[in-house]
Design a protein around this ligand. Structure first.
Ligand SMILES: Cc1cc2nc3c(=O)[nH]c(=O)nc-3n(C[C@H](O)[C@H](O)[C@H](O)COP(=O)(O)O)c2cc1C
Length: 210
């Protein structure tokens, strides 16, 4: 069983080339996201993870009208960077939808105040949990034949982050942790110029068998 799980996790890769096609109905996308949110562990089961699922025009609007203008402004007129990120953002907008990931800081702060001895740990643990949630959703999409990548434009630009909350009527305590554009892939994962490599496993894993 564990080898089945591990081989399934290998199907999750970063896909930049996306199409406006989903292999599953929207209701299935919703249930994938809901199951991932419910069953991803969180510190003290505090459940600070939040997700917004966008498809179609809502996803297009995110990339074209919120991320693009907000992020390009941060590039200080650097023409090369503007061209590069305009292209990248167009790739994300070409997908079928986007999953927005957040942590509700009201929950994190509440836990930090309740358990003072661990107060400073909760923000870090919450980030660990959000990473697990992202991995779960990303892998579940991959198993349906849907490609995705992990982006952070909410963290790079306060304007993007604020406009996302405004546009989708979200509480101000929701902190953006990632944006995951997705859709049926148009090509191979990763980038041709930078194939995925693996560092020597013995440098990363030590074992002491008795
Ligand atoms: C925490 C985290 C942050 C990442 N941030 C980005 C990002 O900002 N932009 C991006 O294109 N990929 C991002 N990635 C994807 C990694 O570059 C990618 O997972 C890695 O190169 C391995 O490739 P794979 O996803 O195909 O296995 C991120 C991945 C993780 C786990």
């Amino acid at each position: 069983m564990s080898s089945t799980f591990l081989s399934l996790t290998k199907t999750r890769r970063t896909h930049y080339g996306l199409s406006k096609v989903s292999t599953v109905p929207d209701a299935k996308l919703q249930s994938i996201v809901e199951e991932a949110v419910m069953h991803t562990p969180s510190p003290f089961n505090m459940q600070a993870g939040r997700v917004v699922l966008l498809t179609g025009k809502f996803s297009d609007d995110l990339w074209e009208n919120i991320v693009k203008p907000g992020y390009l402004k941060t590039l200080g007129g650097n023409e090369g960077a503007i061209k590069l990120y305009t292209q990248k953002i167009a790739e994300y907008a070409a997908g079928y939808g986007t999953i927005l990931f957040f942590e509700d800081q009201a929950v994190v702060n509440d836990m930090s105040a309740k358990i003072l001895s661990l107060g400073k740990e909760f923000p870090v643990w919450s980030e660990n949990s959000t990473g697990m949630l992202q991995f779960t959703a990303w892998t579940a999409l991959a198993l349906e034949g849907i490609g995705a990548s992990l982006q952070h434009y909410g963290a790079y630009s306060e304007e993007v982050s604020a406009n996302v909350l405004k546009e989708f009527n979200l509480p101000l305590t929701w902190k953006s942790t990632a944006m995951m554009p997705f859709g049926v892939p148009t090509g191979e994962p990763g980038t041709a110029s930078r194939p995925k490599t693996f560092n020597p496993i013995e440098e990363r894993v030590k074992v002491y068998f008795d």
